[in-house]
Design a protein around this ligand. Structure first.
Ligand code: NI
Length: 162
């Protein structure tokens, strides 16, 4: 297992739209495992490929933070969103920063597993929030792009002083 280096804002890879993942070989399997290990090591609940410098559409997540309950989500596509709720989020690429973000309460999505099997699932509440945050990463969107103007100014000010 290799711990990966997390890209920190304003690294340009974090603002790129990632490309579909089309191969599921040994190299990708090792990468999924390395990302899971890195996520746990950093106390994160999710980690998207662009955050480790790979501009591909997948993320790992473990909203329960219990080892063994992690999931790998490849090429996700949101089919339906319901409800709206504010909540506090952090991001491993924005260390020390938190922001209030409105997200859908429930999302139904289509995705592929780590072995390329096609699936559909519905997630809600904290899972839905984590999934939407990670899917944003695949589109080059960060937490600071989702908060309101006042919060964004405060966060950027705080960030510059770190
Ligand atoms: Ni993040």
């Amino acid at each position: 297992m290799t711990l990966l280096k997390i890209k920190i804002y304003p690294d340009p890879v974090l603002h790129q739209k990632a490309e579909r993942l089309t191969s599921f070989g040994p190299e990708e399997q090792k990468l999924f495992d390395d990302m899971i290990e890195t996520m746990y090591r950093e106390d994160g609940v999710g980690l998207a490929a662009p955050q480790v410098g790979i501009s591909k559409r997948f993320f790992v997540a473990c909203p329960t933070q219990k080892r063994g309950e992690e999931i790998v989500v490849v090429n996700p596509q949101i089919l339906e969103s319901k409800g709206r709720e504010n909540g506090t989020e952090g991001c491993l690429s924005l260390p020390g920063i938190q922001g209030e973000v409105a997200r859908a309460k429930r999302v139904r999505l289509r995705f592929e597993t780590r072995h390329g099997e096609k699936k559909e699932a519905e997630v809600k509440d904290f899972f839905a929030r984590v999934f939407q945050h990670e899917i944003d990463h695949l589109d080059g969107i960060l937490l600071i792009d989702r908060v309101d103007f006042a919060q964004r100014q405060a966060i950027l000010g705080q960030y510059q002083s770190l």
